[in-house]
Design a binder for this molecule. Structure first.
Ligand code: PNS
Length: 161
C-alpha cells in the first residue's frame, strides 16, 4: 500500500528548512504531497501559483532523487479534508525549536479530533536551518537583503523578479 503524507503550509516563500523537511518525509513516505494553503486572511508576498511553481522547481533541483514521488499542489479549506481527498493518512510538519511545539501540538490534536484516522508526524528540522522562518525571509527580501543562504535557488530567482 502506498503511504502518502501531506505536508501543508503557507510556503511564502519556501525556505531551506522546508526543503529539509520534504526530503526527510520522502525518506519515510512513498508519496509526499506538498499542499500550499490558500489563506484569505494573509496577504502573501508570492501569489499562490508562484509559490507552487517555486516549490516544484526547488524540489526538482534540490531533491532530484525523490522528486518523482513529491507532488506540489494548492488547497483551501481544512487540511484534514484535503488529506482525505488525496488519500493521505499522515500530515507532516517540521519542528525547529521548542517554541514551535505548543502551536503544533494544538494543531495536531485539533486535526486528530476532526479526523481520528489521520496522524501528524513531526520531523526535526536540521540544526543548520532551525533559525529560518518564512516571515523573516519575507522581511529581508522586501528590504532587498540577501536571502540566498536561507531559501532554495528557485526561490532566490523568484524573489529577484
Ligand atoms: O506554514 P504555516 O502557515 O505554518 O501552515 C499552517 C497550516 C497551513 C498548516 C494551517 O494553518 C492549516 O492547516 N490551515 C488550514 C485550515 C485548517 O485545517 N485549520 C485547522 C488546523 S488545526
Amino acid at each position: 500500500m502506498t503511504k502518502t503524507a501531506l505536508y501543508p503550509g503557507s510556503f511564502d516563500p519556501i525556505t531551506l528548512g522546508h526543503i529539509d523537511v520534504i526530503g526527510r518525509a520522502a525518506g519515510v513516505f512513498d508519496r509526499v504531497v506538498v499542499g500550499v494553503l490558500v489563506n484569505p486572511k494573509k496577504t502573501p508576498l508570492l501569489e499562490l501559483n508562484e509559490r507552487v511553481a517555486t516549490i516544484r522547481e526547488a524540489v526538482d533541483e534540490d531533491l532530484p532523487t525523490a522528486a518523482g514521488r513529491i507532488e506540489v499542489s494548492s488547497f483551501d479549506g481544512l487540511t484534514v479534508d484535503y488529506a482525505q481527498r488525496i488519500g493521505a493518512k499522515f500530515i507532516v510538519r517540521g519542528l525547529r525549536a521548542v517554541s514551535d511545539f505548543e502551536s503544533e501540538m494544538q494543531m495536531a490534536h485539533t486535526n486528530r479530533k476532526l479526523a481520528p484516522a489521520i496522524d501528524t508526524v513531526f520531523f526535526m528540522t536540521s540544526l543548520e536551518h532551525a533559525y529560518l522562518s518564512s516571515s523573516l525571509v519575507k522581511e529581508i527580501a522586501a528590504f532587498g537583503g540577501d536571502v540566498s543562504r536561507m531559501v532554495p535557488a528557485a526561490a532566490v530567482r523568484r524573489l529577484a523578479r
